[in-house]
Write a protein that binds this ligand. Structure first.
Ligand SMILES: Nc1ncnc2c1ncn2[C@@H]1O[C@H](COP(=O)(O)OP(=O)(O)OP(=O)(O)O)[C@@H](O)[C@H]1O
Ligand SMILES: [Mg+2]
Length: 278
């Protein structure tokens, strides 16, 4: 079964624009005839359905627990985008559906897509690391703020310990200018090379754009606005690069590697998930 390419959008610091970037990148890819499954993996704090003005009935937590088939949880978004929402409250869950028998339907569902984009929570908690490290590629977000850069570095370091082969790129959000973004890419790349012995691709930048905030308030993705605001143009370039490039390693999809992360780095019934039975 062919596996889709999976890309996790993540950050060390919260509120840097992951959910906005994930949703609008997904739409930019969908506009390029890519079939995209967007997974909201910010457990208990799902935002993507809200940003689309939708109310989920079933959620990722229930799908992973085996309480609901994935087909019943996904929502249809604009441009043919398919969204698997997360709950907006703490739901007890266990990765029961990821065990060998439950995994097959998830793998065959994701096989219909070209890309699985995963919007994670922020920080270094196991529930963030499990989801971020499961993807084929990582899109690490930071703003030019020094605390955001430090947290992005700290997260990347931990993720490399789990996945030394991780193919990662840095996306600068809320940049005041192209020069500011270019300098940040240069410095971050040097730091990563020198202290972590790793490489990180330059995935460009999204300018600080007041329209992004306005669109979020109106629950309409800015990628759908005409004329396209500067942030849309930046994400279109990123989508074009992603759609045209061939990944270095064969895509593994998302759900099977997620299960491997749970097995390798934490007990599935342990601290990463609720102890309450599903
Ligand atoms: N390029 C941008 N220009 C201006 N505002 C932006 C930009 N990108 C994101 N924002 C705003 O920043 C805020 C945080 O965005 P978002 O919710 O996407 O961040 P997040 O990283 O997903 O947060 P969390 O860590 O809580 O999940 C929102 O109000 C959003 O509208
Ligand atoms: Mg978010």
């Amino acid at each position: 079964m062919p596996a889709p390419r999976s890309l996790a959008i993540t950050s060390g610091k919260g509120g840097v624009g992951k959910s906005c970037a994930a949703l609008n990148l997904a739409l930019a890819l969908a506009r390029r005839q890519q079939r995209v499954l967007l997974v909201d993996a910010d457990l208990g704090l799902g935002n993507l359905a809200i940003l689309l003005g939708q109310s989920p009935v079933r959620t990722l937590e229930e799908v992973l627990s085996g309480r609901c088939p994935i087909e019943a949880a996904v929502l249809e978004g604009p441009e043919g985008l398919v969204l698997l929402p997360a709950a907006s409250q703490l739901l007890p869950w266990r990765p029961a559906a990821l065990t060998t028998t439950g995994l097959a339907p998830l793998r065959s569902f994701e096989a219909q897509f070209d890309f699985v984009l995963v919007d994670t929570g922020a920080g270094l908690a196991p529930k963030v690391l499990d989801f971020a490290a499961a993807a084929d590629q990582l899109l690490l977000l930071t703003t030019p703020e020094v605390t955001s850069i430090a947290d992005a570095y700290a997260l990347f370091k931990v993720l490399l310990q789990r996945r030394p082969d991780l193919e990662a790129g840095l996306l600068v959000n809320m940049a005041e200018s192209a020069t500011e973004a270019a300098e940040l890419h240069e410095k971050f790349g040097q730091m990563v090379r020198r202290f972590l012995g790793a490489e990180i691709d330059n995935r460009g930048y999204i300018p600080l754009d007041r329209y992004v905030r306005e669109a979020a308030k109106r629950q309409i993705p800015f990628a759908l606005a005409t004329p396209p605001p500067p942030a849309t143009k930046a994400l279109s370039r990123l989508a074009e690069g992603l759609a045209e490039e061939r990944p270095a390693l064969a895509p593994q999809g998302f759900f099977a590697p997620l299960w491997r992360q749970f097995l390798s780095f934490g007990s599935p019934a342990g601290p990463t998930v609720s102890e309450e039975s599903a």
